[in-house]
Design a protein around this ligand. Structure first.
Ligand code: NAG
Length: 167
């Protein structure tokens, strides 16, 4: 499939979405897949410290990254079609295992949050996953692959992110 085919619906999605999804443009440049680095389970400490309303203390998460040359992270919470992927690519708004015909997981603006800066929540997720806290990254996409807050609680979700970022 050509880049024009998937750029159009992604651009449409980007135009109609909430703030942190606007920073997901970097995901569009997908010639290099994200490669699995580590897997862990969300912990009680993380839950107590960050109060992320989308997560329970035992939810699994996976962390993939790519260097282009800045380090970009993809963190996905919950078991999902991309959980078994060693390499993850994006096409037609779907994240899927690279070099796979499986459709993968359709990303919706309310389920993915991207940031072009480092903050302690992500550093703690990396460290809890076994990575050095000194690892510097430039961009991060955080995907809630299963449980997505419904629209009624979007203001609560926004408060959660302002809590997490201000932490
Ligand atoms: C994933 O990507 C790496 C680096 O490009 C490659 O060496 C590896 O074979 C890939 N794994 C799979 C399962 O495609």
């Amino acid at each position: 499939m050509t880049w024009k085919l998937w750029l159009l619906p992604m651009a449409f999605l980007l135009a109609s979405s909430e703030a942190s999804f606007d920073s997901c443009h970097f995901m569009l440049e997908n010639e290099i897949p994200f490669t699995l680095v580590c897997k862990a389970e969300y912990s009680t400490d993380l839950k107590l410290n960050y109060r992320d309303i989308w997560l329970r203390a035992d939810v699994p998460y996976w962390l993939w990254w790519r260097r282009r040359p800045g380090l970009e992270l993809l963190i996905s919470f919950y078991e999902s079609p991309i959980s078994p992927c060693e390499n993850v690519s994006l096409s037609l708004n779907c994240l899927h295992c690279a070099d796979s015909e499986e459709p993968g997981i359709h990303i919706r603006p309310e389920s993915i949050h991207c940031f072009e800066f480092s903050f302690s929540y992500v550093r703690d997720l990396m460290e809890h996953c076994g990575l050095s806290p000194a690892t510097k990254f430039d961009r991060v996409a955080i995907l809630y692959a299963r449980r997505v807050p419904n629209r009624d609680i979007s203001s609560r979700a926004a408060r959660t992110w302002s809590w997490i970022l201000g932490h």
